[in-house]
Structures are given as structure tokens and as C-alpha cells.
Design a protein around this ligand. Structure first.
Ligand code: UDP
Length: 489
């Protein structure tokens, strides 16, 4: 540990972009508030490589590689992250994290030996409950970090812990932790969760891991008190633990824009994308992306293309191979209606981007009027922070609960459909996109509400003398807690 430091924080995210990016942002936030800590992010070698390329200077944050061999866990060679992993293998990736326990213990021993005392705190991903066992046996404080919002997190952990949909024949069910009149629907469950009975491989990972994370000393949540008052209130009640609302933790713009450029790499040059958007009117473009790992079915892709073309609205669409195709496969024209690509290019109506787009830059551009999204939490925060309303198409994880909250609590979204399993028509797509892009009525209302939320998000991270936003106060309190003696927080 460097001179003048009061202690070490070790952080360990789950191996997915949507988790690693907010962990890095959290580490940076803590460092900006105080120089008291040495921070080490631990992960598998390829994820550490990615993190290293994202640092602004080599010593900004310490990085520690935990040895990992993907093939030993039934994963393809050199795949250590969800980004290039078929959905059928995701459960294996979760289960493989259990093998990181021994390397993490070695890392902690090494730090303890070098510094004369153990780290002050381990901040671990909510999915990695096993870290709580490591921390408890070594007498170290353990905080769980959920990279999702409070409402979505509560729905997700409560459904996994209680499997309420298994206790009723009805399609609608109550989720413990939510008010009695809040109903969730079976179609909001990912198919693995819908089928979960406590004995399948998903249940065998999630049920014990969540139970362990609930035993940690507190939770950190990437959200803002003012935008999720209900979710935070319910989550605190359910966990009976401190929950620090430190969001929005967003990646620096350059991270999203510079990573994948044109050429052989998937993606598009940032400049080309911005030039295309510059040609468009304010709030006239729909941005479409399903995140870093999800994708829709081939027939849904056709319907989406037809609906977009019919609507006459301009769009940027980040295209990943449809469900059932190798996720690493290059783009082929057959996934879209005949001649679609050429027509969109020639008329400058649509910009098709291969696999990865500069999302933050697109969302921050004044031409972008709505975001058709799977509503992964990072995408939600990024969209709302620029006041961009959403068209929800949840595909996995807690995304359907995020959409429920965006529609019912915030009024900033409209839901198009759910999962890769539904059959949708071009007509449906056209209708929903047109509503969201309306300059009057519902579209206008959603835009106004999204702008209000953007203002709350800015206030939450603002600090003017003694006046501090809610997330700044939460971050101060978090740092004070980590520095306080390690007893129950
Ligand atoms: N992202 C991006 N370009 C893309 C797709 C995704 O920059 O083409 C980034 C996006 O800005 C966000 C993250 O990847 O920060 C996706 O996280 P999210 O929680 O929305 O979804 P996930 O990928 O975890 O399902």
C-alpha cells in the first residue's frame, strides 16, 4: 500500500461489460472523494486486460488477475465475459465464478502480508455471494454492489429467493417486498427463471449466491434517491441493511466511443456516426440497441426492420446476430428484408452499425429522440441522464422489471414487447415507435418526464460548497463507513 493510504479496498465484479464498467466508475468515484485508499479490482485475465485498456493512466487503479481457464468450465476457449458468449452458456459462466474463490483468497493473503493487515473492505458483485464467505472468514467488511437499479434488484432477488410464480397457477403474482397491489406477470420472467424450481443449474447458482449477498454488511446501488424513491425504500426494508444510492455511475464518454472503431473491428467510427446525426433534425432519430450481450430473434429482426421502414422515422440500429446464430458471426443481409440495407443507406434514413455503437455519444446528440432498448440498467441510466425517453423491449435478467418501473412509476417509457419468444408485426413496431416520437401527446409527455429525471440526476451528483446532492452524500457516508472500525455497519 502506498504511503499515506489508510487501507485497501478490493473489488470484484461479475464478468460482464454491464458490471465491469460501473465497478470501474465506482472505484473512480471513491478515489475522487478521498486518497485514503488503495483500490484493486480483481478479475479474470481477459477482463483485466479490458480494464487496463480503459484506464487513463496505468496506476489509476490497481488491477489483479485471478487465474482462470474457461475450457475447464465448459466455456469456449478464451471466453471470460458475457459479450461473446451464447446465451446457452451463460449459466456456466456464473457457475465458473465459484472457481475464483481460491485465487481471491491468495490475493487477500498477499495484500495482508505486504501491508501488515487485511484490506478494509471487499466490494463484490451481488451475483458473487461466495465472496461474503471469504470476507467473513478473514474478518473483512463485505459490501455488495448491485449494478442494477433498486426496483429491478429487489424484484430480481426476491423472485429468485422466493420463486413466487411457482406458488400460483395464475399468470399474475405478488413479489415479496413489493406492496400487495403490485402485480408481476409470468411473461416478465426470463425463461430460465420461469422454469426454475430450485434444482436446475440457474437456481443452484442464484438462490445460494443471493442468500449470501443478503448477509453482507451493506449494499451499494447504482441509482439516485430522487428517481427511485419507491425502489430504494422497498429494497432497504427487504434487506434490513444500509443501501447507499451512489448513482448514476456512468462510463466516461470516451470509453464508449473509442473502444470499437471502423475497419476490421465491429462498430463504427465515432465521427461517421456524429456526422450522420448532425444531418438530422432535433429529436428525430430513434436509437436501437439491445446492449452488450442480448439479441432478438430472426423474425423479430425482420418485423423491426419492416416497422422502421414503414414509419419513415430515421434510426441508428446496432445489429447483433439474431438469437440462434453464432454471436460472433459477421452481419449478413439475409437477416433483414431484401434491399433494406441499401435503401436505408441510399436515402440516409437509417444507419446500421455492426455489433457495437458509441452509445453515450449517440444518446447525448440532440438529434436522438428515443431509445429502443432492452433496458439493461446502464442503458436506462445513460438514456435518462440525457433526457431520452425509451421504448422498452426487455430480454433477460431484471430488464422487464426496469421497464415496469419506467412505465408505471416514471412515465418515461412505452413497452413494445418482451423476450425473444414473442411474435411481433411490423405494424406493431411502427405504431409504438410513432407514439414515442410524437411531438405532442404521449411522446411529448415522456420526453418532459425524462428531462425532469435528467435534472434530478445532475443535482444528485452536484456539490456546491456545503450543499451536496443525494448521491454525493451517500458516497461520503460510504467512504466514512469503510474507514470506520469493522463491526456490523
Ligand atoms: N454499449 C455500448 N455500445 C453498444 C452496446 C452497449 O456502448 O453498442 C454499452 C452501453 O453504453 C452500456 C453497456 O454497454 O454502458 C450495456 O450495459 P446494459 O446494462 O445496458 O446492458 P447489458 O449489456 O449489461 O445487458
Amino acid at each position: 500500500m502506498a504511503a499515506g493510504k489508510k487501507g485497501h479496498i478490493v473489488m470484484i465484479p461479475f464478468m460482464a461489460q454491464g458490471h465491469i464498467i460501473p465497478f470501474l466508475a465506482l472505484a473512480r468515484q471513491i478515489q475522487q472523494r478521498t486518497t485514503s485508499f488503495t483500490i484493486t479490482i480483481a478479475n479474470t485475465p481477459l477482463n483485466i486486460q479490458y480494464l487496463r485498456s480503459s484506464l487513463s493512466s496505468p496506476n489509476e487503479i490497481h488491477l489483479a488477475e485471478l487465474p482462470f481457464n474457461s475450457t475447464q468450465h465448459g466455456l469456449p476457449p478464451n471466453i471470460e465475459n458475457t459479450e461473446k458468449l451464447p446465451l446457452t452458456h451463460i449459466a456456466k459462466l456464473f457457475l465458473s465464478t465459484l472457481s475464483l474463490e481460491a485465487p481471491l483468497r491468495s490475493l487477500i493473503s498477499q495484500i495482508t502480508e505486504q501491508e501488515g493487515h487485511p484490506p478494509l473492505c471487499i466490494i463484490s458483485d451481488v451475483f458473487l455471494g461466495w465472496v461474503n464467505n471469504v470476507a467473513k472468514t478473514l474478518g473483512i467488511r463485505n459490501l455488495s454492489f448491485t449494478t442494477c437499479g433498486a426496483y429491478g434488484t429487489l424484484a430480481y432477488i426476491s423472485i429468485w429467493s422466493n420463486l413466487p410464480h411457482r406458488k400460483t397457477d395464475s399468470d399474475e403474482f405478488h413479489v415479496p417486498g413489493f406492496p400487495q397491489n403490485y402485480k408481476f406477470h409470468r411473461t416478465q420472467l426470463h425463461k430460465f427463471l420461469r422454469a426454475a424450481d430450485g434444482t436446475d443449474e440457474w437456481s443452484q447458482f442464484f438462490i445460494p449466491q443471493i442468500a449470501l449477498s443478503i448477509k453482507s454488511d451493506g449494499w451499494i446501488c447504482n441509482t439516485v434517491e430522487e428517481i427511485e424513491p419507491l425502489g430504494l425504500h422497498l429494497l432497504r426494508n427487504y434487506l434490513q441493511l444500509p443501501v447507499w444510492n451512489v448513482g448514476p455511475l456512468l462510463p466516461p464518454v470516451s470509453l464508449s466511443g473509442s473502444k470499437h472503431r471502423a475497419g476490421k473491428e465491429p462498430g463504427i467510427a465515432l465521427e461517421a456516426c456524429m456526422e450522420w446525426l448532425d444531418l438530422k433534425d432535433e429529436n428525430s432519430v430513434v436509437y436501437i440497441s439491445f446492449g452488450s450481450q442480448n439479441t432478438i430473434s430472426a423474425s423479430q429482426m425482420m418485423a423491426l426492420a419492416e416497422g422502421l421502414e414503414e414509419s419513415g422515422i430515421s434510426f441508428i440500429w446496432v445489429i447483433r446476430p439474431p438469437f440462434g446464430f453464432d454471436i460472433n458471426r459477421e452481419f449478413i443481409a439475409e437477416w433483414l428484408p431484401k434491399g433494406f440495407e441499401e435503401r436505408m443507406r441510399d436515402t440516409k434514413r437509417g444507419l446500421l452499425v455492426n455489433k457495437w455503437g458509441p452509445q453515450l455519444e449517440i444518446l447525448s446528440h440532440s438529434s436522438t429522440g428515443a431509445f429502443l432498448s432492452h433496458c439493461g440498467w446502464n442503458s436506462v441510466l445513460e438514456s435518462l441522464s440525457y433526457g431520452v425517453p425509451m421504448i422498452g423491449w426487455p430480454l433477460a435478467a431484471e430488464q422487464a422489471y426496469n421497464v415496469k418501473m419506467l412505465v408505471e412509476e416514471m412515465g418515461v417509457a412505452i413497452e413494445l414487447t418482451r423476450t425473444v419468444e414473442t411474435v411481433i408485426s411490423g405494424e406493431q413496431v411502427k405504431k409504438v415507435i410513432e407514439i414515442a416520437m410524437e411531438q405532442e401527446g404521449k411522446g411529448k409527455e415522456m420526453k418532459e418526464k425524462a428531462n425532469e429525471i435528467a435534472a434530478h440526476m445532475r443535482e444528485a451528483i452536484t456539490e456546491k460548497g456545503k450543499e451536496k446532492g443525494s448521491s454525493v452524500r451517500a458516497m461520503d457516508d460510504l467512504v466514512t463507513t469503510i474507514l470506520s472500525p469493522n463491526k456490523a455497519v
